[in-house]
Design a protein around this ligand. Structure first.
Ligand code: HEM
Length: 461
C-alpha cells in the first residue's frame, strides 16, 4: 500500500480560507469519544487530496469558490497534548518537546527575562498551554465556518476540549491573492516528493524544484534520519510548525523608498524601491528570481513554470545578496547538503489590507501578517535550523570570498538587522534596517499523527 493511505497531514492541500482552533484537552474520555465518532471520519488524508488534485477537480489555492464545498480538516498535538493522551515516548526532536514558547529566545523573538525565564512578546493567548490545534481549510467560507461551528458543538457535547484561541485567515483580495502582505508572490519554491506531491500522471508544478525522500516530511520513511528510533505510533506522522508573524507593511515600504533611492540614485524612486525589495527577497514581486533577471522584473520568467524555480546562486553577491530571504532559507548550490534542511511550507496571510491612515505617517495600525506554516519530520533540522542556524551573519559564506552576509530581514528576529550585498556595485557595504519589519507574535510546534495513530488515540482508555 502506498504511504498516501496512512498520513493525515496534507501539505499540498489547496485552500482559500483557513481556520485554526487551538485547544486544551479538558476531559480525555470525552475528547477520545468525539474524535472517534465525529472528527476522524472527516480528517483529510493525503491520498484523498492527491487523488482530487490528479482529477484536476481541486480549485487553485487562494481564490474563494462557492461551488467547491469540500472542507479539509487535520489535527495536531503539542508535546503537552500528547502527554495528556499518554503518548510520552521521546520523538527525538528537542525543539518539539521543549515547545515553541520555550524555544522563542533561540528563534530570536523579542521578549524579556522574568525570574530567569524568557517570556516572548507574543499575543497573550499564545502564552497559554496549548494541547492541540484543529486546522480547517475551505474554498467556500460558509462551508468552512459551518464546519467550525459543528466541530465546536460536537466537543461541547462531550466537554472534551476548551478552546484557547480561534483564528480565521484568508488570502489577500484579487489582484493580490498570490502575494503576501509586502507584495511578493509566495508559495513558489517547495521540495517535491515522488508519489506524494507529484507522480507520472501529475507532474511537479515547477521544474527544478528539489526532489527529496518522503522521510524529510514523514517520520519512519526513507530519508528520515531518526527512522530507526521513532516510536511505532509516530510512523507516518509529521511535525507541523505554526508561527504568527506580524508584518509592518507601511514601515517596510518606507524603508525601501528611502534606502532604494540612496543605493540606486539613477533609478526613479519606485523602481529603486522595487529593486532593493527584490534583492532583500531574492525574487521580484512577480516571483522572478533576481539571479535570472537582476535589473528588472520579468513576467515572462515568473509566468513560466519551467523557469521560475529553476536556478542556482552565483558565488558572489552581484545578482543576489547572500542574506536575501530565499538564499538564506535555501542556499541551493552555495551549501552542499542544504536539501537536508528543507521543509514544505503552506503559509497563509492574515489581517486586512493597509488602509489610508497607515500610509500617512507611515505606521502600522492594524494587525496583519503571515501565518507561517510548514511540515517536516525534524523541526531541529528543518524550521529551527533555517530560522536560527542559517540566519547567522556569516552564512552562507563557506568557501566564498565575501564579507559577512548579515541577516535575513524578513525572518522575524530581533537580531542586528544588517545585510551586505544590497548594492551590487559595493557588495561589502552594510545596509542597516533599524526597525523590525516582521515580529513573531505566537506559535507552537505540533505533531500530526497518521490515521492509524489517530484511531489508536481515539480508542485507548
Ligand atoms: C513574514 C515573514 C515571511 C515572508 C513575508 C516570507 C515571504 C517569502 C517569499 C515571498 C518567498 C519567495 C517565494 C517562494 O519561494 O515561495 C519565500 C520563500 C521562502 N521562505 Fe519565506 N517568508 C517569511 C518567513 C519565512 C520564515 C520564518 C521561514 C523559515 C524559517 C521562511 C522560509 C522560506 C523558504 C524555505 C523559502 C523558499 C526558498 C527557496 O527554496 O528558494 N520564510 N518567503
Amino acid at each position: 500500500m502506498s504511504l498516501l493511505s496512512y498520513t493525515s497531514s496534507s501539505p499540498g492541500l489547496p485552500k482559500a480560507f483557513e481556520y485554526f482552533i487551538f485547544f486544551q484537552i479538558d476531559n480525555v474520555a470525552g475528547f477520545r469519544d468525539t474524535m472517534r465518532s465525529y472528527v476522524i471520519p472527516k480528517i483529510s488524508t493525503a491520498r484523498e487530496v492527491f487523488g482530487m488534485m490528479k482529477n484536476k477537480t481541486f480549485p487553485p489555492s487562494g481564490f474563494p469558490n462557492d461551488h467547491w464545498e469540500y472542507v479539509g480538516c487535520s489535527v495536531g498535538f503539542s508535546s503537552r497534548g500528547l502527554a495528556e493522551l499518554n503518548l510520552t515516548d521521546y520523538l527525538h526532536d528537542e525543539a518539539f518537546h521543549r515547545g515553541q514558547k520555550r524555544d522563542a529566545k533561540d528563534l530570536g523573538d523579542a521578549g524579556s527575562e522574568r525570574n530567569g525565564v524568557f517570556q516572548p512578546d507574543w499575543d497573550t493567548k499564545y502564552l497559554e498551554d496549548i494541547h492541540g490545534v484543529f486546522q480547517i481549510t475551505a474554498h467556500n467560507n460558509n462551508k468552512g465556518t459551518e464546519f467550525v461551528s459543528n466541530l465546536r458543538k460536537a466537543f461541547a457535547h462531550s466537554a472534551g476540549i476548551k478552546q484557547v484561541l480561534y483564528l480565521s485567515t484568508k488570502f489577500r483580495p484579487d489582484p493580490h491573492t498570490p502575494q503576501e502582505h509586502f507584495g511578493f508572490r509566495d508559495g513558489i519554491a517547495k521540495p517535491e516528493f515522488k508519489g506524494y506531491t507529484f507522480d507520472d500522471e501529475l507532474p511537479m508544478k515547477f521544474a527544478g524544484s528539489p526532489v527529496v525522500d518522503p522521510g524529510l516530511i514523514l517520520m519512519g520513511r526513507k530519508g528520515d534520519l531518526e527512522k530507526e528510533r521513532r516510536p511505532s505510533w509516530a510512523i507516518d506522522g509529521s511535525f507541523f510548525v505554526f508561527r504568527k508573524l506580524k508584518q509592518l507593511v507601511p514601515e517596510f515600504h518606507a524603508f525601501l523608498q528611502e534606502n532604494g533611492a540612496k543605493i540606486f540614485p539613477t533609478l526613479k524612486p519606485d523602481a529603486a524601491a522595487d529593486k532593493l525589495g527584490a534583492r532583500i527577497f531574492g525574487r521580484w514581486k512577480s516571483g522572478t528570481p533576481v539571479v535570472l533577471s537582476p535589473d528588472r522584473d520579468d513576467k515572462s520568467i515568473s509566468d513560466d513554470p519551467k523557469r521560475v524555480n529553476n536556478f542556482q546562486y552565483p558565488r558572489d553577491q552581484s545578482t543576489c545578496p547572500f542574506a536575501a530571504h530565499t538564499q538564506k532559507s535555501y542556499p541551493r548550490n552555495n551549501l552542499p547538503g542544504s536539501n537536508d534542511h528543507l521543509f514544505r511550507r503552506a503559509s497563509i496571510p492574515y489581517g486586512g489590507e493597509v488602509e489610508a491612515d497607515e500610509l500617512e505617517v507611515p505606521q502600522t495600525k492594524r494587525d496583519r501578517g503571515l501565518i507561517f506554516l510548514c511540515y517536516q519530520s525534524s523541526i531541529e533540522r528543518g524550521f529551527k535550523y533555517t530560522q536560527q542556524r542559517f540566519n547567522n551573519p556569516d552564512f552562507p559564506s563557506a568557501n566564498l570570498r565575501s564579507d559577512s552576509p548579515g541577516y535575513d530581514a524578513v525572518l522575524g528576529t530581533t537580531l542586528d538587522r544588517y545585510m551586505t550585498g544590497a548594492n551590487p556595485a559595493k557588495q561589502s557595504e552594510r545596509l542597516l534596517a533599524g526597525i523590525p519589519f516582521v515580529e513573531a507574535k505566537g506559535g507552537e510546534y505540533f505533531f500530526m499523527p497518521s490515521i492509524a495513530t489517530l484511531n489508536q488515540i481515539a480508542t485507548s482508555y
